[in-house]
Design a protein around this ligand. Structure first.
Ligand SMILES: Cc1ncc(C[n+]2csc(CCOP(=O)(O)OP(=O)(O)O)c2C)c(N)n1
Ligand SMILES: [Mg+2]
Length: 675
């Protein structure tokens, strides 16, 4: 269905402070505010009628600020992420009103294909980054995409908005610090409406309405802004944006906004103090600005404008309501960005060198940094020091700081920054010092990066290097196997190489993938032994298992360091028990490519699964289930699952030895199983 043409007053979608002496420009500012308010109110009605589902959070009271920001921003260059109060911004930034209503109606033409909730849509292809519910997380994404724009030579400014409530999150602190450290041109806007849901600022922090003063602590400028005065907002922001664009220094602006409605549609706001709501309504920017314009331009002009905008809204509602409901087709495959062609790698190094896994990864990183200008390597202590495991040794010297970046201890914002870079065409490779610290970035990893393609259709190519595994007496906090935890969430690919050549191949395969890829690197393998490493034209085979041994007795599946234990065990078994196994190194944990293993199981009828992670909810449970549900009739014995104990990783060598599978325990379990 054709969308109705928007009223002429709504074009162009831009405005500068210098334009405000023209009546048309003032009417444009008013018109966008009016349209946003009317749309928010209409959405509330439609929600109450049951025609819109989910959570409806309005931006009533925030229009003066959000419209000013969106009109001032350079839509061809800048980066934004609007919050749950930012409908005005979405309307101005891109798309037709019908597109945005389609998002709310979650119909077949919704910009998120009806997969993501109200106001979470954004427009990543035009640098409007989709929000997730978790407050504070978008700030670092804006940092990343803005940084990416600047690296590409574009004079972008980023706009990152958060509420007084969100300002208490760790991500906000991490992002402000990161933006200052990287000297990124970001306008940070706090929408202080004095409440986080029902909690007043007095119960959130002691700074009250002086949140902008935090700026000094981050080495940036800050100021407070009355966000109920549209023209005042436009003027102050115009000047601030120009400065940020010119200096590439971030700024923190605390915007005094209003809580005209409750937190969301269902909130009655009965926690407000007596008379507080009246005070808010007395400062409502929309009727106040309207009165100013009526005084200057006459009531008839404003009445006619309101009528035209309201009619446009109703015409759009009608069209969006009549749009068909969505269907689930394509939903499952949309979890991942579609497979892409291999990158045009140089076939180097042609001559094999004898390397351990750490050196093989270093070689791979060098190859990527040399051949791929969009690559960026980041992580803690990875620059001068070369990383906790020296995998990144020498990269800083050869490739320089902008591309080999030593991050502060801020896994969440640094991952969010990497996400923003990835959304804008860069390809970051992030090293977590130990896999365990990925828990600090759990939201960014699992709810933001991994779900990005499903939610928004945007590619988020990230390599997440996770030094994992135990056996080195590092204790609980440096020895985790996290594959089951992370892969319980949809949207990750995952590789777990067990040899130096596989580590090199895995890095290249992960790098060129258009999705976030978890690269598990077992610490004990970094220096376990050397093997020949060279360019391998079949590097993409890493996405399938490798068969290491052939035998008829049982099918044995494992990965990571356990591959080496399994291999030794198989040798012992062949000698002592004369039983031979089909032994597979799984290599890719997601997506699982099980054809060869299934064929083996159909033949042997016996299955052994071995992994280092804990047994309960371990990856073996998934493997056994998948393999046996297809080949149950072929089974001659119950599958055997060998894994670590259901404990935190204990520290003392004797305890850790008892905790994780060893060659002896594997042999004992197998012997008991054979009976
Ligand atoms: C990290 C996180 N915790 C909890 C929530 C649930 N929640 C949604 S909005 C909200 C209050 C937000 O307050 P504020 O940041 O001041 O924004 P406002 O809604 O007032 O505009 C809360 C607690 C959330 N979205 N994110
Ligand atoms: Mg608030």
């Amino acid at each position: 269905m054709a969308f109705p043409p928007p009223p002429a007053v709504l074009t162009p979608h831009s405005l500068r402070a210098a334009d405000l002496d023209q009546p048309d420009a003032r009417l444009r500012l008013y018109a966008w505010m009016h349209l946003a308010r009317a749309t928010d109110n209409r959405i509330l009605d439609l929600f109450r009628q049951g025609l819109i589902k989910g959570t409806v959070t309005g931006g009533q009271g925030n229009e003066a600020l959000v419209a000013a920001v969106a009109l001032l921003a350079d839509k061809a260059t800048d980066v934004v992420s609007f919050t749950h109060r930012g409908l005005a911004g979405h309307l101005i930034w891109s798309g037709h009103l019908c597109d945005h209503l389609n998002q709310y109606f979650a119909n077949a033409d919704s910009p998120t294909k009806a997969r993501e909730g109200n106001i979470h849509h954004g427009d990543p292809s035009h640098r409007s980054l989709p929000m997730i519910s978790h407050l504070g997380t978008m700030l670092s994404n804006v940092c990343g995409a803005t940084d990416s724009q600047r690296r590409l030579g574009r004079p972008a400014v980023g706009f990152a908005t958060f509420g007084d409530g969100g300002s208490s999150t760790g991500d906000v602190h991490e992002s402000l610090n990161l933006a200052s450290l990287l000297s990124l041109p970001i306008v940070f806007l706090i929408e202080n409406n004095r409440y986080a849901y029902s909690t007043p600022v007095s119960e959130q922090f002691t700074a009250g309405t002086e949140l902008w003063r935090r700026a000094a602590g981050y080495g940036m400028e800050g100021f407070a802004l009355d966000a109920t005065d549209p023209e005042g907002c436009l003027r102050a922001l115009d000047a601030a944006i120009a400065k940020v664009r010119a200096t590439s220094r971030p700024i923190l602006i605390e915007c005094d906004t209003l809580r005209l409605r409750g937190h969301a549609a269902y909130d009655t706001g009965d926690y407000l103090n007596p008379g507080e709501s009246d005070g808010f309504f007395a400062r409502d920017p929309l009727p106040r600005y309207r009165a100013q314009l009526v005084a200057a331009l006459g009531a008839a002009r404003l009445d006619a404008l309101d009528a035209e905008l309201n009619a446009f809204l109703e015409a759009c509602v009608k069209i969006s309501l009549a749009t068909p409901r969505p269907t689930p087709e394509g939903m499952e495959s949309a979890v991942f960005a579609p497979p892409a062609a291999p990158l045009a790698w140089q076939p180097t190094p042609a001559k094999p060198a004898l390397l351990n896994a750490a050196q093989a990864l270093n070689l791979g990183l060098r190859k990527i940094l040399t051949e791929r200008p969009e690559s960026i390597v980041l992580g803690q202590d990875i620059a001068t020091y070369g990383g906790a495991f020296k995998v990144t040794e020498g990269l800083l010297k050869d490739f320089g700081r902008p591309r080999v970046f030593n991050t502060p201890l801020a896994e969440s914002a640094c991952t969010g920054w990497a996400i923003g870079l990835a959304l804008n065409g860069h390809r970051p490779i992030e090293e977590f010092q130990f896999a365990d610290f990925a828990s600090e970035a759990f939201t960014q990893l699992t709810l933001n990066a991994a779900t990005m393609h499903f939610r928004s259709g945007a590619k988020c190519p990230l390599v997440l290097r996770l030094p994992c595994g135990g056996g080195l007496t590092f204790g609980s906090f440096h020895s985790q196997e996290l594959e089951s935890v992370l892969l319980a969430m949809p949207g990750f690919k995952a590789l777990y190489p067990s040899t130096p050549q596989d580590a090199f191949n895995a890095l290249l395969a992960a790098y060129e993938d258009d999705n976030p890829v978890l690269l598990f690197e077992h610490k004990a393998l970094y220096r376990r032994g050397r093997g020949p490493v060279a360019w391998d034209a079949h590097y993409r085979d890493i996405w399938s298992p490798r068969k290491l041994r052939a035998g008829d007795f049982a099918t044995f599946v494992t990965y990571g360091e356990m591959v080496h234990l399994a291999d030794e065990t198989c040798t012992s078994f062949a000698e002592e028990y004369e039983k031979a196994f089909d032994l597979f190194d799984l290599r890719a944990l997601a997506p699982l490519q099980l054809d060869a293993i299934e064929a083996s199981l159909a033949r042997t009828g016996r299955l052994v699964v071995l992994h280092e992670g804990r047994r309960t909810h371990g990856f073996g449970a998934e493997l056994v289930s998948r393999l046996t549900e297809k080949h149950f009739a072929a089974l001659k014995a119950a599958p055997l699952r060998i894994a670590s104990l259901d404990l935190p990783v204990p520290f003392a060598p004797e305890l850790e030895h008892a905790f994780r599978p060893t060659k002896d325990t594997i042999i004992d379990r197998l012997a008991a199983w054979i009976g």
